[in-house]
Design a binder for this molecule. Structure first.
Ligand code: NDP
Length: 433
């Protein structure tokens, strides 16, 4: 804390992993050395840069850009870019730290990193977003490469932004280096299922968790927070598996639609028109939009927080428990506060941390890199089947590791220890670097 003052989100993410580590001291003393832990908490490289660009009204705007290259013991740095006004070094470091263990859990050869900017694409014209992305990449490009650092999208960075970023990278470097970014469009090197991957993967993981108690999504009422990329495709997969999503949210409130969300309407609002969720209730008879209060007060059996960090605090967890929630699986990164997580674990609710349950996005990014490297393009069905298998493997890894270290059924212990052991093992092998 003294070394990284004021970085509350980063401290929270580190604490969450560290509190799980004591069981490895007896079994793998080399991995529990203080020198490994200290190196794991110190990013290999942190880049902070100025992003100047010109708004439509001619005013010069200055944003701050970040890329934290956290750990490359397992492969090139890999992790998304976030464009949101709340972005600061603490948030990028927490996301990069989480990414290291998440990527290790996928079993794929990728290290961890994260980046972004305090730029807010909301309300900006396409031209403004393009000029910002071009300026951002004009600095960032020198740090990237398919064997060095491979960004993707995150909050505020979707297909449009990635297109402008890739275009500028290609222009500056004079190389069509497809493997330098993931989440690309299908016509320029992207992978089928990447758009759906994080949401689908979260639901596949939750399906595996339910199966451990002989349950399924069939007939269950589900809440999904957010209404962005992760949320929309979580809703889609829940509906395909026979569950009903009755509510979702954005930063201006939430909607309740007891008949089940109309996915076509939601996609049109959010993916095509970039409109607010309040318009959903105007267009859909029987649906309600609530501007104040919490989505988590709506009774459900399954909760999938897919919006942002710390969106599910203790009182929301109490409310979910009082209403009989059976499973909480994180689609977002660190959406549940530590107090909420403690409550779920004490109550033996099935609870999955994001580093396990939302790893489908980055895993499919690694599949995109494989396709780019082999100049190949796989079918939707084949890629989805691989994603489902990867999520099942991550689930097995979590369950087996938790049992091995004396915490059967505890996904926090399983995910943290499985991820940590994999990275620490590689770090010991690579020497003091
Ligand atoms: P998007 O920008 O597509 O969507 C984010 C959604 O969350 C928007 O609907 C946004 O609403 C909403 N939101 C943001 N802040 C709040 C808040 N305080 N309360 C309620 N809703 C809020 O981002 P993604 O869907 O890509 O990312 C969502 C989460 O998933 C993030 O934590 C991200 O790190 C994580 N994640 C994403 C992956 C990916 O592949 N995209 C991979 C792994 C994790 P509004 O539009 O009003 O801001």
């Amino acid at each position: 804390i003294a070394r990284n003052p004021g970085e509350a989100e980063f401290h929270q993410a580190v604490f969450e992993v560290m509190q799980s580590l004591s069981p490895i001291i007896g079994k793998f003393p080399a991995f529990a050395q203080w020198s490994i832990i200290k190196r794991l908490c110190e990013p290999e490289r942190q880049i902070i840069f100025r992003v100047p660009w010109v708004a439509d009204n001619g005013e010069i705007q200055i944003n701050r850009g970040f890329r934290v290259e956290f750990n490359s013991a397992l492969g090139p740095f890999k992790g998304g870019l976030r464009f949101h006004p709340s972005v600061n070094l603490s948030i990028i470091k927490f996301l990069g730290f989480e990414q290291v263990f998440k990527n290790a859990l996928t079993g794929m050869p990728i290290g961890g990193g994260k980046g972004g900017s305090d730029f807010d694409p909301k309300g900006r014209s396409d031209g403004e977003v393009m000029r910002f992305c071009q300026s951002f990449m004009t600095e960032l490009y020198r740090h990237l490469g398919e064997y060095t650092d491979v960004p993707a999208g995150d909050i505020g960075v979707g297909g449009r932004e990635l297109g402008y970023l890739f275009g500028q990278y290609k222009r500056i470097t004079n190389r069509y280096e497809s493997g330098v970014l993931t989440g690309k469009g299908l016509s320029w090197g992207g992978s089928k299922v990447r758009t759906e991957a994080t949401g689908y993967g979260t639901v596949f993981f939750a399906q595996q968790m339910l199966a451990t108690r002989g349950e399924s999504f069939e007939g269950k009422k589900v809440l999904v927070s957010g209404s962005g990329n992760v949320a929309i495709y979580a809703v889609e997969k829940v509906h395909q598996l026979g569950g009903t999503v009755i509510g979702c949210s954005d930063s201006n409130g939430y909607i309740v639609d007891e008949a089940g969300l109309d996915l076509d309407l939601l996609k049109d609002l959010k993916e095509v028109r970039r409109a607010r969720l309040s318009e959903y209730a105007e267009a859909r008879p029987g649906a309600r939009h609530i501007a104040d209060g919490s989505l988590w007060d709506v009774p459900c059996q399954i909760a999938l927080p897919c919006a942002t960090h710390n969106e599910l605090p203790l009182d929301a967890a109490k409310s979910l428990l009082d209403n009989g929630v059976q499973l909480v699986a994180e689609g977002a990164n660190m959406p549940c506060t530590p107090e909420a997580i403690d409550l779920f674990r004490e109550a033996s609710v099935l609870y999955a941390p994001g580093k396990a349950s939302n790893a489908g996005g980055v895993a499919t990014s690694a599949l995109e890199m494989q396709q780019n490297a082999s100049r190949d393009a796989w079918s939707f069905e084949d890629t989805e089947a691989r994603l489902e298998q990867i999520m099942s493997d991550i689930h097995t890894r979590c369950v087996e590791t938790a049992a091995e270290f004396g915490a059967p059924g505890d996904y926090v212990t399983g995910a943290n220890l499985a991820g940590y052991i994999k990275v620490a093992d590689a770090m010991v092998a690579l020497g003091v670097i």
